[in-house]
Design a protein around this ligand. Structure first.
Ligand SMILES: [Zn+2]
Length: 293
């Protein structure tokens, strides 16, 4: 239901590795409050969440998604943490064999083509010139793989002959595309970033993912600055302080329940009647930098 011809509501889910679990908690509280989207836009891990949710866009679907996250382990997505050197030898242009990620996606997706989802879903990927490519039909698994193809870590994914990579590096963001797709009310479900990490993630992939979560947050701030005033935009609360690396898949339960509680509180406090501002995601410090190091 649209609730009015030009009052379309979109949920926007951007990337963030393991922090994608946060979006599950946000979805749980938004649905509990009776908030439902007319369509959903996803990028990177948000593309995976968006597709799962679009297959069953109700509270049961959210709980099903929560169970997937609770069972998810790092090796389900990044199987070669110890064999990276072999990976480097075998694959010249990427580090991680994507077959585990593809198997994970296909195991849980309740539909094949994006156009078959119960809720219209649009996935963002990036072409080699940096343009955003919006995928709204065709293989959902292929679209998610393309959208989550972090450069250097996963291989590019060909869609209709064009090699595509992670949606996070596109010139246009999922928030902007939600507007161009006709949304007049946009609710962003940010994964945020680990603002309270004591030290950089230990691994190369962890550091790369952390950097991407920062990029996504800064893009979001710029989007909120330039989005036309007539667009009603709301930002579910990012978790702060957060000390969980986007490469740590062992704390999904904690992320889901913290995000659900924070979102419930935000809704009760009038979050859905307040327009989001860039200050909602402002850079800040928790970590004390010791002198002399
Ligand atoms: Zn913080």
């Amino acid at each position: 239901m649209n609730g009015g011809s030009d009052a379309k509501t979109a949920f926007v889910l951007a990337g963030g590795g393991s922090l994608g679990a946060i979006q599950v908690g946000m979805l749980r509280s938004l649905l509990a409050a009776g908030v439902r989207p007319d369509f959903i836009v996803g990028s990177s891990v948000g593309a995976m969440n968006a597709c799962y949710f679009a297959g069953e866009p109700n509270a049961d679907g959210v709980e099903r998604l929560a169970r997937i996250w609770l069972e998810l382990r790092r090796r389900d997505i990044f199987p070669f943490t110890l064999g990276m050197a072999f990976g480097l030898l075998r694959h010249a242009n990427y580090l991680v064999d994507p077959s585990s990620l593809r198997a994970l996606i296909e195991r849980h997706l309740p539909f094949v083509g994006l156009q078959e989802a119960k809720l219209p879903v649009h996935i963002i990927a990036t072409d080699m010139q940096g343009f955003a490519v919006t995928l709204s039909e065709g293989s959902a698994a292929q679209a998610i793989m393309a959208s989550a193809a972090v450069p250097g870590i996963f291989p590019t994914v060909e869609v209709e002959g064009a090699p595509l990579m992670d949606g996070a590096v596109a010139a246009n963001t999922p928030l902007w595309l939600a507007m161009t797709l006709g949304a007049r009310r946009i609710i962003v479900l940010p994964t945020g970033y680990a603002c309270a990490l004591e030290r950089p993630p230990a691994s190369a992939i962890g550091r790369g993912l952390h950097a991407i979560t920062l990029l996504i947050a800064w893009q979001l701030i710029r989007d909120l600055e330039r989005l036309p005033q007539e667009i009603d935009v709301h930002l579910a609360p990012a978790l702060c302080p957060l000390d969980i690396s986007p490469y740590d898949f062992s704390r999904s339960g904690e992320l889901i329940s913290r995000a659900a509680a924070a979102t419930q509180e935000w809704i009760a406090d009038g979050g859905l009647s307040r327009r989001a501002t860039p200050a909602d995601l402002a850079p800040h410090r928790h970590v004390r930098h010791d002198a002399g190091q």
